[in-house]
Design a protein around this ligand. Structure first.
Ligand code: RIB
Ligand code: CA
Length: 344
């Protein structure tokens, strides 16, 4: 591993924005992706594995080990989000059939192996439900002290949910896992950075920004529009831009149909960008916990800003970000990475 690269382990429920996050990591000269954990969430875990292996194949990164996680959350039945991310989790996009195999060990063991292989150095990011991270901490209680930095995309702080009126998807799918992870990382040398919807919904990808990405990749294509036929295929010459546009079109259509506009929030790409450079966001420390038994509020994340609970902070909650600074970096890195790919 080159001295300038950070060892990065990422736990994803790939998903449209998870795929964008992986592309950002592949386009980041300061990152070496040393492992990917596949977690059930946006789609079932087998489909997440297929998406991860297929994306690695497309990006020429088939050497990165991909591990399969648990089939279901710790105690709740699995819920998936094909309405948001498409039947296979990547909108209208189709990926090449992967040739690489999954690791023989599961995702929880992959977490433990990565942390032990890079003690005090590992940059870890979770952009899906925290099921496998919770299982990893059960297997290796020292994991929070082995990891140099953990960034979690999850929760919503003083902000409405996107799955229930108060709960965000990743936490809502497995609230017990989120509660276990927040408790376990309270003793970490560096508290986890937690990016909730209150922050990530500032990162709005528009057809114009997606067009700028295609231009940067040297693969200009007509900007997507809400007036296009639904499911219209991308005409981009670049294979990665084609996949990202076809994936994003489904995501744009979903948000448009929800009345949020023809756009998409890049929750997970922000999380990986912050993992490589925490200066991208402003955070505030607070004790954080998860509602597990509320009839109406299960999966809600609560930040005790005023210290009512008498507990020490166990999270650095993202509270401010400059979307332009993020998109400048995102477009530069993903665009340059796409440009150097061999055309299919
Ligand atoms: O709530 C947004 C999060 O849920 C993102 O990580 C998205 O990919 C889904 O997993
Ligand atoms: Ca995700």
């Amino acid at each position: 591993m080159s001295a300038a690269r950070l060892p990065v382990f990422v736990d994803v429920d790939t998903g449209v924005d998870d795929a964008m996050a992986l592309a950002y990591l592949f386009g980041s000269p300061d990152a070496e992706v040393i492992g990917i954990a596949s977690t059930a969430g946006n789609v079932d875990v087998h489909q997440v594995c297929e998406n991860n292996l297929g994306l690695l194949q497309l990006c020429g990164r088939s050497g990165v080990p991909v591990s399969k996680g648990a089939e279901a959350p710790l105690s709740a039945p699995l819920r998936t989000a094909e309405d948001t991310h498409g039947p296979q989790g990547l909108g209208y996009a189709r990926l090449p059939a992967p040739t690489a195999e999954l690791t023989a060990y599961d995702a929880a063991q992959a977490w433990v192996r990565a942390a032990r292989a890079h003690p005090g150095e590992l940059i870890a990011v979770a952009t899906g439900p925290l099921t496998n991270l919770a299982l990893a901490v059960r297997a290796e209680p020292a994991l929070p002290r082995l990891v140099r930095r953990l960034v979690i995309m999850g929760g919503a702080f003083d902000y409405r949910g996107n799955t229930t009126p108060v709960a965000e998807w990743n936490v809502s799918v497995d609230p017990e896992a989120a509660a276990e992870v927040f408790a376990a990382f309270s003793d970490a040398d560096e508290l986890p950075i937690v990016l909730g919807l209150n922050l990530t919904e500032n990162i709005m990808l528009t057809p114009e920004l997606l067009g700028a990405l295609a231009d940067t990749a040297g693969s200009p294509s007509r900007p997507l529009s809400e007036h296009d036929d639904r499911g219209a295929a991308s005409a981009a010459a670049n294979p990665l831009i084609r996949v990202l546009e076809d994936a994003m079109r489904f995501y744009f259509e979903f948000h448009h149909d929800c009345g949020e506009g023809y756009l998409a929030h890049l929750h997970d790409p922000l999380a990986v960008a912050v993992a490589l450079d925490p200066e991208l966001v402003r955070c505030r420390p607070a004790p954080v916990d998860v509602e597990l038994t509320g009839t109406l509020t299960r999966g809600m994340t609560i930040a005790d800003w005023s210290g009512r609970w008498g507990r020490k902070p166990n999270a650095l909650i993202g509270v401010d970000v400059d979307p332009t600074a993020f998109f400048d970096r995102f477009i530069a890195r993903v665009g340059a990475f796409a440009r150097q790919l061999p055309y299919s």
